[in-house]
Design a protein around this ligand. Structure first.
Ligand SMILES: CC(C)(COP(=O)(O)OP(=O)(O)OC[C@H]1O[C@@H](n2cnc3c(N)ncnc32)[C@H](O)[C@@H]1OP(=O)(O)O)[C@@H](O)C(=O)NCCC(=O)NCCSC(=O)CC(=O)O
Length: 398
């Protein structure tokens, strides 16, 4: 017996505990992404939005949205909602009507289905049977059901009934990074664990008609956000000769909140759906604090400063956010090329977006700023303002 304060640790228990832990670091083993079919070009978005919201008479506001769309650095976005769906549900557009039930009703099936489309791709790349998934983490801001989208998703994918599920609701744009951080801890603390992480978001939950000149936040949301889902398989201790192929080792993960920024990215679920308002100050707060957050996360690992040595998967919350991060970290222009590419092709899809960025980095086979030692940072940004930092090592097995 070993006495630790008033606790008694038995060597037998310690051996059992040790045997449950993985030896190696958690790794990203596969990535899959999916989007709904309805694609709207950004240059046509202002016309589209003011038409479907029956607000075409408001030409001043429409040209304001057109200007914001033009400077957004977004080319196109995908949406689950269609003209027909909006015609059938006027409550989604009319701000005076309650619409939460309609939005949640559609999300009940649409979120797990989009999540399944991304997960199926990740699992096909992974190469092992669905029943080998031991843990499932699902993130979404679209819905708040019991049981959640995780149960429906597990059934769609044919996961084992014993799969250990974790549901992350309303974590905002950092949910992709948050889910990966939790998956890392699970994989490293449960020998043999294979964690399926899936984030799926539909802007249907936050679609609303324009109000007036003072309501710029609505225009910003409508101009930037799109629908998408992304999935990752995370696991440690890949056996030699196995079908599995580690893409990125997860070296370290941390989270911080920017001081006094609670109101800068705030939302609430109400009768009119999800009202989320990133404040004008969000860009400045990130710009002024991101380097300090990174120093605190990376200095203990001996990695602080010299940011151009690393590759970067930064959440593309908006063009101005990427410009701010690039300027303050003095990054070479190719370092945020993957983030800018994903913003341009899909807009801000909230949680899944940073996983799309990681996928883009591996698809371009290291041409996007992966240095000789292969180290990089996945940076999640969301309400809080939360800053998620995951240090990755690109294995080169793309
Ligand atoms: C939207 C933009 C592309 C527009 O760029 P522009 O170059 O056109 O010009 P700009 O920045 O001056 O903005 C145009 C007009 O919109 C206003 N404006 C800008 N951001 C605003 C905001 N968040 N709320 C309300 N108004 C806003 C400006 O004051 C200006 O008004 P006027 O014309 O009257 O002077 C850029 O501002 C941008 O990328 N902003 C960051 C968007 C953001 O906050 N993303 C985070 C989403 S949340 C997220 O990702 C994570 C999460 O929290 O979950």
């Amino acid at each position: 017996m070993v006495l630790l304060g008033n606790l008694t640790a038995s060597p037998a228990a310690a051996v059992i505990r040790q045997a449950q832990r993985a030896d190696g670091p958690a790794s990203v083993l596969a990535i899959g992404t999916a989007n709904p079919a309805n694609c709207v070009l950004q240059q046509e978005y202002a016309d589209y939005y003011f038409r479907v919201t029956n607000a075409e008479h408001d030409t001043k506001l429409k040209s304001k949205l057109h200007r914001i769309c033009k400077s957004s650095a977004i080319k196109k976005r995908y949406f689950y909602h269609t003209d027909e769906m909006l015609r059938d549900h006027p409550e989604l557009i009319d701000r005076t009507l309650p619409s939460l039930d309609t939005r949640m009703g559609i999300a009940t099936t649409a979120v797990p289905e989009l999540a399944a489309a991304a997960a199926t791709k990740a699992m096909a790349e992974w190469g092992r049977p669905a029943t080998d998934v031991t843990h499932l983490i699902v993130g979404t801001y679209c819905g708040a059901h019991m049981p959640g989208a995780d149960v429906r998703l597990a059934s769609l994918l044919g996961l084992a009934p014993s799969v250990r599920r974790t549901m992350l609701y309303l974590n905002g744009c950092n949910s992709g990074a948050t889910a990966l951080r939790v998956a890392k801890d699970i994989a490293e603390n449960n020998r043999g664990a294979r964690v399926l992480v899936v984030c799926a978001e539909l802007t249907l939950i936050l679609l609303r008609a324009p109000e007036d000149e003072a309501d710029k936040a609505t225009l910003i949301m409508q101009a930037l956000f799109g629908d998408g889902a992304a999935a990752v398989i995370v696991g440690a201790d890949v056996n030699r000769g196995s079908v599995e192929c580690p893409l990125f080792e997860m070296v370290a993960a941390s989270q911080a909140v920017i001081p006094e920024s609670e109101r800068a990215a705030a939302g609430r679920l109400g009768e009119d759906g999800l009202l989320f308002r990133p404040a004008v100050e969000m860009t400045t707060l990130i710009r002024e604090n991101v380097e300090q957050c990174l120093v605190e996360a990376l200095a203990p690992l001996g990695l602080s400063g010299g940011w151009n040595r690393l590759f970067w998967a930064v959440h593309p919350g908006g063009r101005a956010i990427l410009d701010g991060v690039e300027a303050v970290l003095r990054l070479d222009s190719e370092k945020l090329a993957a983030s800018r590419h994903v913003l341009s092709e899909y807009g801000n899809m909230s949680g899944p977006t940073v996983i799309f960025v990681l996928d883009e980095i591996r698809r371009r086979r290291g041409e996007l700023g992966v240095g000789r030692d292969g180290l990089g940072v996945l940076l999640g940004l969301g309400p809080g303002i939360s800053v998620e930092t995951i240090v990755l090592h690109a294995t080169g097995n793309y």
